[in-house]
Design a protein around this ligand. Structure first.
Ligand code: UT7
Length: 306
């Protein structure tokens, strides 16, 4: 069975919050934020469902698909509009869909988890031919805007893809994992704001993502040299750089948007994917690596032949 990504769509709220904007009401600076994270600005506003719907519609248009062809909706989010129903139900309402739909929460590792899950369901007997996979997060709704340790990092956004059965495109390997003993270094209680031990998350993230990428590459029998495109979770450019150095993949193969979006959690990998596509990097046959990590601490990597 071969499955390809047939269309990509994105949605970002209009409101831009620059580092200088943040520096007006907290003790930080544009220079510090750029040097320590690579982030220059983030978008704020919109809800998980409105951004998801906009990105999904654009992905359908890009794929030349109609909503009626979609057999499953998977929405990766850690900021659902409500506790229930699942926010994917709002996407289904907007697109007039009655197929299966659910939310998936693996926080910043959500998109690889969603991709593997959707892929597996498509491969099951009678599995759908086309799936809408969305990452959408309104992180600004759970940020403490007085905490400089987290407020500088996060932003809102959505990215969506249409996955379809096709002779081109293939999952070569994946690696998913979670270390639940690290829940306390990054969490958000119900109704509260994000709490993070930044330095510890940084250290653990580098280790986890490096090990996950290496495991997935080994499993696929693919060497680091053979990787054409890396779509990393957009948390901190220094984490991406450290991972690349350890795996020995040049930074030039990574596609990044965090300078303009900050960390958009479940949306960050499809936003990076859209960037790679804009730049013409996603040609059929290319080896593409998606890798995410975050609270849990959860991680997920997928190696695909585009
Ligand atoms: O999706 C996964 C989610 N999260 C992440 O991946 C985040 C991982 N962590 C990080 O990205 C980094 O730890 C941060 C960007 C959050 C912080 O960078 P850092 O290099 O780890 O800084 P630090 O926490 O070690 O702090 C260094 C110094 C401290 O001052 P002293 O103790 O050296 O005097 C902090 O108080 O920088 C200070 N500091 C700041 N200064 C200006 C911390 N936050 C800020 C700030 N502006 N926003």
């Amino acid at each position: 069975m071969a499955i390809r990504i047939a269309g990509i769509g994105t949605a970002l709220p209009e409101k831009v919050v620059t580092n200088d904007d943040l520096a007006q009401h907290m003790d930080t600076s544009d220079t510090w934020i750029r040097e320590r994270s690579g982030i220059g600005e983030r978008r704020v506003g919109g809800t998980t469902s409105t951004m998801a719907i906009e990105a999904a519609q654009k992905a359908l248009d890009a794929a030349g698909a109609t909503p009626a062809e979609i057999g499953l909706v998977v929405l990766c989010t850690t900021t659902p509009d409500q506790t229930f129903p699942a926010t994917s139900a709002a996407v289904c309402e907007a697109l007039d869909l009655t197929c299966g739909a659910f939310d998936l929460n693996a926080v910043c590792a959500g998109f690889p988890y969603g991709f593997i899950t959707a892929y597996g369901i498509m491969c099951a007997p009678g599995g759908p031919d086309k799936v809408l996979l969305i990452g959408s997060d309104a992180m600004s709704s759970i940020v403490d805007w007085t905490d400089r340790g987290t407020a500088i990092l996060f932003g809102d956004g959505a990215g969506a893809v249409v996955m379809e059965k096709h002779e081109q495109g293939e999952l070569l390997s994946f690696d998913l994992g979670v270390n639940g003993s690290l829940q306390s270094i990054l969490y958000c209680d119900l109704g509260d704001t994000i709490k993070m031990e930044g330095r510890e998350v940084f250290k653990r993230a580098v280790r986890a993502v490096t090990a996950s990428v290496q495991a997935a590459l080994d499993d696929a029998g693919i060497s680091a040299d053979e990787v054409d495109v890396v779509l990393p979770h957009q948390a901190n450019i220094r984490i991406i750089d450290a991972m690349c150095k350890r795996i020995k993949i040049p930074m030039e193969k990574t596609y990044n948007v965090l300078e303009f979006t900050g960390n958009t959690s479940g949306a960050s990998i499809p936003l990076a994917m859209a960037r790679a596509q804009e730049l013409g990097a996603l040609e059929p046959g290319k080896i593409v690596l998606m890798t995410g990590f975050g609270a849990g601490m959860a991680w997920g990597t997928a190696v695909v032949r585009w």
